[in-house]
Design a binder for this molecule. Sequence first.
Ligand code: TYD
Ligand code: MG
Length: 459
Amino acid sequence: MKRTSTIYICQSCGAETAQFFGKCSSCGAWNSIIEEKIYSSKEKYRSKSIIESQTKIKCRSEPISSIKANTVSRLSSGYKEFDRVLGGGLVPGSLVLIGGDPGIGKSTLLLQAATEIALKHSTIYISAEESASQVQMRWRRLEKIESNLHILSETNCEIVLEELERFNPSVAIIDSIQALQDHTISSTPGSISQVKECAASLQQIAKTKNIALLIVGHVTKEGMLAGPKVLEHLVDTVLTFEGDRFASHRLLRAVKNRFGATNELGVFEMQDKGLAEVLNPSELFLNTELASGVATIVACEGTRPLAIDIQALLNQTTYASPRRTATGIENNRLHQILAVIEKHMNLVLSRFDCYLAVAGGLEVDEPAADLGIAAAIISSYKNCKLPAGTVLIGEIGLGGQLRTVGQMSLRLHEVARLGFKRVVIPKTMGKEKINNQDIEIIEATTVSEALTSVLGIDI
Ligand code: TYD
Ligand code: MG
């Protein structure tokens, strides 16, 4: 009897079958079964002996310290904010995927960056969504300086690859991967197999020709990057471009970065002549005139401190159970802080509706914002303004105690830079002595101690 030389293995659970199935009978996953060749022990032995004969040398591995450093010079995108998120600039031969909602400004950002890069390096902008004249129209609107940027309007993946091969640029932009089509695959553009195939061939050319590739990816209704997860695994860097449709600022974040830190943040503002960098974003989210119910915090996005206003509104409720709504902060966090205030500061908040919002449509998910949130709530409850020039930083524990937060010196530096006079922080218990001559630092152990010292009244 002839031995089977192939088996079918489910890529999801690893189950083996002798026959192909559309659905794995073991784990139930669809289209996960792949044919694999099995080697007979004879063949295995043969290939092993070939390797051995080729390597009659010493072992292949080497000590980590003796590996020759391959210093890559990064290419600047022409925008400090963009470079910061990339971890210092574009790495030649790398793939960067940029995702974001439609109309958020991905094409605008990349066209602007491409124009700047083209001043120094050969750059091509491949648009699969717009015609060359449409791209030019946008470019004219941006009023950019003349540069030697090449434009190609093409949806056929093979032609795109051919052009990359021929032109051999340092940087190429693909807008977008979902609009590209590989004609060897019958499915429609944007389908999983198309996206996967196009991305794989683009990756191959990027690595062999040392091209830095920037690829635009669409997001689904749920906000996930469309296409298979494999696309995110394939690329070196995944960036998301996000923002509020009603506000003009746009945030560029690194979700994955093989060449830099993630959670870095770049801030841009959409103007009538394209995107402008916001080098001092704290000023964007701060109000000069303080009202009751407003408190200032310093939240860290990656290594970037941002001073942000938190607004709270407490109103006598007319409902059976009070309404608690938070924008930009998790609702559970608001409930937790309200519970701590009720219990440890003896305030009855159950008769009040509570609305909480972060200024400028930002999202804050850091516990370091807790003290600021509590201060905004108390300030609205007491109907008194917090003293001007005061910043509150600290996490609130369930026992009403203040807990220290990370990157304190970075935050204090930002506080001083923006000209604030006072900052309330958790007592550090001698862990990290903080000295800053320019600002008055108030250390508190509990939330009520912190707020009493800020508001100057007994709560
Ligand atoms: P676009 O880059 O086309 O978005 P995406 O590629 O992410 O879908 O951005 C389009 C939006 O940006 C559009 O709503 C208009 C706005 N915009 C400006 O406000 N100013 C400008 O100078 C440009 C070029 C666009
Ligand atoms: Mg676009």
